[in-house]
Design a protein around this ligand. Structure first.
Ligand code: ATP
Ligand code: MG
Length: 395
């Protein structure tokens, strides 16, 4: 029976042109989120319109939509602070009163309040007056229906709130505010390349990048074809936030073999990481991406030290974002479960170097030493070749 969805976003810091850009992206992403799933009826069959109205995004629904499906989609659209499925009526106080009673008809409650938000100056009553008038009418009607009715107004802790919004030419009424995921609409902050390993952390790091409005291009270095399906599945899960993704698959076996053959074992992880970053930087330029994102963390494993992070990062000039830097593993796992990536990330995965990892990897790497090791390799040739053999898939 609800025929509208009203999406609210946090407006802080949004002015002029930025605000318009933000709102247009949000509209675009809402449309994508509502049409995304395979097997769903097409957008046009369920939605009439998505448009901006003063400080909100309004979705006009066709009859008989699946409300749960709409809720589940919108919960993943970054930029939405909260949203509500609402009914509308003519912008007249008598109509609003009747509509309020109508939406409360089947509800069981003892205490309630009316909460009005008015974004239209020339409506003849203040928010407070609307609350009172509608509240009184609800009480009166409940007494008529059942003279023993004990329904009361409770402004502090009501069991039920009837929300009213007076905005532009509309009057909306709803009973539930559903929390959105917050953040910024994907795409408003530009593009970054996320190094996706298949593990728990990098999937969660990608989520946090998207949550701040970054459109992500994924990059995976593989040593065995068998792991590619797993990576694709993770990207599919993350697609519920950005709808469509590009995934680079770069062969890495030759580089790892060269590293093991020619350099000191304790530096292998660092050298690997530096190669990954160098390749990522070249692909970022191609993609016009402005940063890299990794799932790096401090102290999670012995080799994740400030020294090592520094030595890896200094292979390139591009900024590297590490959204998980301050998080505990248990919180990262909790987030991974919420996103839905956890159950895929923990599946087994082939990665060549894991069989040869040194017993004592370097934990306080020295840049000059690592560079001297790197000079034993023909980095330029290895990188060129890996990029030449890489492929892009769209998921
Ligand atoms: P994750 O849980 O993301 O695998 P991790 O705790 O295993 O991380 P590392 O193995 O040190 O940590 O990797 C750190 C980061 O390097 C990863 O989060 C990811 O961003 C990147 N990375 C590692 N291996 C790969 C790979 N094969 N392809 C792409 N990126 C990778
Ligand atoms: Mg890993």
């Amino acid at each position: 029976m609800m025929n509208f969805v009203i999406c609210h976003y946090a407006e802080i810091g949004l002015k002029g042109k930025n605000r318009r850009f933000f709102e247009e992206k949000l509209v675009e992403n809402i449309k994508k989120s509502l049409t995304r799933k395979k097997g769903q009826r097409p957008f046009r069959a369920r939605i009439l319109k998505v448009k901006r109205i003063s400080g909100r995004i309004l979705i006009e629904l066709k009859e008989k939509v699946n409300e749960e499906e709409i809720k589940n989609s919108l919960k993943n659209v970054f930029g939405i602070a909260h949203f509500s499925l609402a009914v509308s009526c003519e912008q007249k106080i008598e109509r609003i009163k009747k509509k309020a009673v109508e939406i409360l008809k089947d509800k069981v409650f003892k205490t309630f309040k009316v909460e009005t938000q008015k974004s239209k100056k020339d409506f003849p009553f203040s928010s407070q007056e609307i609350n009172e008038k509608v509240g009184e009418y609800i009480l009166k009607k409940s007494k008529i229906q059942n003279p023993k009715s004990k329904i009361k107004v409770d402004l502090e802790n009501p069991e039920l709130t009837c929300f009213i919004e007076i905005v532009e030419k509309y009057a909306f009424l709803y009973l539930e505010k559903i929390k959105g995921p917050g953040g910024l609409p994907v795409g408003v902050s530009g593009k970054a390349i996320s190094l996706l390993s298949g593990g728990i952390d990098s999937a969660v790091a990608s989520y946090y990048g998207m949550r701040r409005g970054i459109k992500i291009v994924f990059l995976y270095f593989y040593t065995h074809f068998s792991s590619i399906e797993k990576i694709k599945k993770i990207v599919e899960v993350l697609n519920k936030y950005q709808f469509k993704s590009r995934l680079y698959l770069v062969p890495f076996l030759n580089i790892q073999k060269e590293i093991f053959k020619k350099t000191e074992p304790k530096f292998c992880c660092l050298l690997c990481r530096r190669f990954m970053f160098k390749i990522a930087e070249i692909l970022a330029e191609k993609e016009k991406a402005k940063a890299l994102i990794t799932g790096e963390n401090i102290g999670q494993v012995a080799s994740q030290t400030l020294e090592n992070i520094g030595v890896s990062a200094r292979a390139i000039n591009l900024p590297i974002l590490r959204p998980l830097i301050g998080q505990d593993k248990k919180d990262i796992i909790e987030k991974a479960r919420e996103i839905g990536s956890f159950r895929i990330s923990i599946l087994p995965q082939e990665f060549y170097c894991q069989k040869f990892l040194p017993k004592h990897p370097e934990t306080k790497a020295d840049l000059e030493k690592v560079k001297r090791e790197e000079e034993k390799l023909d980095a330029e040739k290895l990188i060129k070749e890996a990029i030449k053999r890489s492929q892009i898939i769209v998921i």
